[in-house]
Ligand binder design. Sequence first.
Ligand SMILES: NC(=O)c1ccc[n+]([C@@H]2O[C@H](COP(=O)([O-])OP(=O)(O)OC[C@H]3O[C@@H](n4cnc5c(N)ncnc54)[C@H](O)[C@@H]3O)[C@@H](O)[C@H]2O)c1
Length: 325
Amino acid sequence: MNRRNLLKTLSFTLGASIVSTDVLAELGERSFLYNIPENPLHKKLAKPVTAITIGAGNRGMVYGNFAAKFKDQIKIVGVAEPNTFRNDRYAKIHEIESTNRFNTWEEVFKRPKFADAVIISTPDNLHYEPCMKALAMGYDILLEKPISPSEKECRDILALAKKNNRIVAVCHVLRYAPYFVKMKELLAKGAIGEVISVQHFEPIEHTHMAHSYVRGNWHNSKATTPIILAKSCHDLDIIKWVINKPSKQISAMGDLKWFRKENAPAGSTARCADGCKIERQCPYSAVKEYLDLNRRTSVFDVPADVDRKVFIAEKLKTTNYGRCV
Ligand SMILES: NC(=O)c1ccc[n+]([C@@H]2O[C@H](COP(=O)([O-])OP(=O)(O)OC[C@H]3O[C@@H](n4cnc5c(N)ncnc54)[C@H](O)[C@@H]3O)[C@@H](O)[C@H]2O)c1
C-alpha cells in the first residue's frame, strides 16, 4: 500500500475523528495537503539564530536555502567548504563576510565563538571531530546523520552535549515528514490498537540508488559508511520513534548482490557514453539521467557561464557518475 492509500484507508476505516477531511484535502492525483500541528516546544524567536555551515554541498545547501527563505529564524554568518565553487556560491547567497569564509572545518574553531550554532553537513567520516570541537566551544549543533560510524564516538558526542548542556539535533528528517507525523499521532492514539510488529519499507528509487550508492558518495562501503548505516539509519530511527519505546537490541544486515561486474549485460561498456549497445534501454543510463533528464546534476557544480550539456557530458567521461552501474 502506498502512502496515499495508507492515509486514505486509515481515514475511511478509522473514521473522520482520526483523519478528518480538513487535514486530508486532495490536491491532485498524487498529493494531499496536510497541515502539521503546531509544535508546543517551538518558541517564537526574539532574533534569528546565527549559524556557520560546515560543508556547503547538497545538504548544506538544503539548510542554507531554508535560512534564505526564513530570515526571521536563521541567519548563516559563516561557511567552511574546500570546494571553491560551492564556497563562493554559499557566501554570495548568504552575504558572508570574507573573514568568515574558511576552507576546512578546523579553521572555524581557531576563531573565538562567533555564532549560536554550527550546521555540520560534511561527509560521514567528518562529523565527529567538528561536532566535538563545536560542543567544547559552546555551539549548538545541527548534525547530519549518521552521527558517526562508531558507537563510541556517538556516545562521546552524547556525553559532551549533556555535560555542556548543548543541543545536538541529528538530521533524521523523516520525523518531520507529514506522513510520519500523522502516523505517529494515529498510533499514539491507539488507532490500530496495540502495535505488535512493524513492517517499514523505504523504496529508494532505482536512479537514486544508482546515483548515491553505486556511482556517488557512498559507492564504496569500505571508503565511507555502508548503505545500511548511511540510508537505513533513517529507517531504524523512524521505527523506534513511531513506536516510542526504548530498544533492547538492534541488528541490521545486508549484502551487495546486483551491482557487480559479473552482472553487466552483453553489449555494455565501462561508461554509458562509450558506445554501450543497450544504453537507450538501460534504466540506469547515466546519459538519460544526467543529460536527457537533467536530474541530480548539482553534484557537477556546473558554472552559470558554460554550455551545461557539454560540461555534464565531459563529467560523464571523467567521473564515477558516467560509469556503468
Ligand atoms: N538527512 C538526510 O536525509 C541526508 C540526505 C543526504 C545526505 N545526508 C548526509 O549529509 C552529509 C553530507 O552529504 P551531502 O550529500 O551534502 O554530501 P556533499 O558531498 O554534497 O557535501 C559535503 C560537503 O562537505 C565538504 N567538505 C569535505 N571536507 C570538508 C572539510 N574538511 N571541511 C569542510 N567541508 C568539507 C565537501 O567539499 C562537500 O561540498 C553526509 O553525512 C550525508 O550522509 C543526509
